[in-house]
Unconditional design. Structure first.
Length: 237
């Protein structure tokens, strides 16, 4: 069984039974991304952000194994990589960004993507934490406070990756705004159980986060810089 969808929009201030101003959009049977409207011009001129990096990541996906998108935003990685993986688990703690992620999955009819409205972290972080929101597009939000001007806050739930018992992982993409080390601390059993899958991770200031690189190296990972990308690294065996 497979259900596809169309989009019906109505004005906020009109009754549900009034149809004069209805707009209906029937989408083609393709991958459909729900993206932040304030970045429309950027997407229109450049396409998906990090599109070349997304394509490069497909070599680490396995049709018989699982991919994790930790810090999925609205799903550029999760939706793009889904056709190359057995299953995708996409983690996005910020509420409205998570809803957009789910919308893209539904509109794309992606039955092998599971969206989770939680953040991942260390055992010490488990429970409710404050997410600091720094942009109108859902990017850059962090449980840490050294992220710039904070526009709003939101309570989110944190769990460890180990508590979810996900197995057979071939690839992990992780972009969690300075919480990468804490995610790894709560994922050690999962990483070992999947024979230490490749991890693409963000680090904007590597000199300030040497403990992240040291932790990965203690797990016998090698860190590789990626040509043409300043703030993303690949941890591999």
């Amino acid at each position: 069984m497979s259900t596809s969808y169309f989009v019906l929009s109505k004005p906020h201030n009109k009754p549900a039974n009034e149809t004069d101003n209805d707009n209906i959009v029937v989408l083609p049977n393709q991958i459909t991304y729900m993206l932040p409207h304030n970045l429309l011009d950027c997407y229109a001129t450049r396409g998906l952000f990090e599109s070349n990096l997304i394509e490069w990541c497909k070599q680490f996906c396995d049709p018989d194994k699982v991919v994790l998108d930790i810090g999925a935003h609205t799903g550029s990685y999760a939706l793009s990589l889904a056709p190359t993986a057995k299953h995708i688990y996409a983690f996005e703690p910020q509420k409205m960004t998570y809803y957009a992620l789910c919308g893209g999955v539904a509109l794309s009819n992606m039955r092998n993507v599971t969206c989770l409205n939680i953040g991942l972290g260390s055992p010490e972080q488990v429970g409710t934490m404050t997410l600091n929101i720094v942009s109108n597009d859902g990017g850059g939000s962090s449980v840490h406070t050294d992220v710039g001007d904070i526009l709003a806050t939101e309570d989110i739930q944190i769990r460890t990756l180990d508590s979810l018992n996900i197995q057979d992982i071939s690839f992990i993409k992780m972009d969690v705004e300075n919480n990468e080390l804490f995610v790894l601390e709560g994922a050690q059993n999962t990483l070992k159980g999947s024979n230490y899958p490749n991890i693409l991770f963000e680090c904007n200031e590597p000199d300030k986060h040497s403990d992240l690189f040291t932790f990965l190296e203690k797990l016998t990972y090698k860190i590789i810089t990626i040509n043409g990308v300043q703030n993303m690294y690949l941890a591999c065996h």
